[in-house]
Design a protein around this ligand. Sequence first.
Ligand code: CP3
Length: 347
Amino acid sequence: MSGGMEKIANTCLLDTLAGRPAQRRPAWIMRQAGRYLPEYRRVRSQFKNFLDFCRSPDEVAEVTIQPVDRLDVDAAILFSDILVLLPPMGVDVVFEEGRGPVVADPVRSFGRISAMPAGNLNAELEYVFEGIRRTKKNLGGRVPLIGFAGGPFTVASYMVEGGSSKELVHLKSLLFTAPKEFAVLLGKLAEVTGEYLCEQARNGANVLTIMDSWAGFLSPEDYRDKVFPHTAAIIARVKKEYPDLPVIHYANGAPALVDQFVRLGADGLGLDWRSDLGAVLQQYPDKIFQGNMDPCRLFGSPEAVTEKVKALLALVGDRPHVYNLGHGILPATPVESARAFIDAVHG
Ligand code: CP3
């Protein structure tokens, strides 16, 4: 499926990530298939269980394409979640209304970590690949499709903490008191994630994103020694098989780690609003970044959004850049403001 034969009408994201001149500035929005869209909520209401929704290829394709129709974004991102890897690795997760993901039996023992499967678990993720194939068919080559997985530190955080967490006390205790077991866990996650991303590419994903949202919880030294090698291994695995397939690495709240992210082997680096984009662009003249408007800016008027985007365009200038928010769009966001963001980027 991937390779030279495929025709994509809007290549501005692919061109930008390859450093080629683009037809227009590429823009998409993290979590663009989500609750701020009434048409998403309509499909969502057919499912009690979020993972059942993720396992339904027709509905996956439908909500993946909704923001392309509604916002004119330059890429679709597969509707799924970074936590779909947990069940194949032996960790049950449920998404509770108003609470987010909950792991009833979090990974807190060495026995659990050593018993965990590793390698290629793609057979249990066939529904994701089916969702990709269905989406590609229905998209008809209008825009590229972004596939994704969580970064190993972030996925481990949900396994070990049991859900979203303010301080990652359990995961970081594991890191500091049992560094060998921590390394085994991240090594297994890196293997599974590398194979999973390659299979997404094989089934038609045109761009891959690694979302290590919580990497910013680590000191630069701990990130360098304990996480960087695993994320770099995932990217190397993908690049070995798909050297021309662009990879975007995203982290939230990690301005002190940018000088390491530039060495991960990714083509694009997603930053949040805590990074001083102007300074980062100056410091790394040959790198391509993504971001980084504060999602709360979309609670301002469409005019205020347009003004802020103009400032961002002025900051970036002629540099290739992937326009996006610095983190996921929030459920209460007015659709007109999201549309104003995309329209202002396109000018
Ligand atoms: O549109 C897209 O971006 C594609 C789909 C997507 C979802 N989650 C759907 C989703 C993507 C790319 C993700 C990534 C994801 N999931 C991350 C990394 C990016 C980030 O936001 O930092 C993380 C940390 C998760 C884990 C996760 N999934 C949490 C913490 C939650 C609960 C919080 C919330 O927003 O509800 C989810 C649930 C989830 N994943 C929803 C969606 C649309 C909401 C659930 C619903 O609609 O009922």
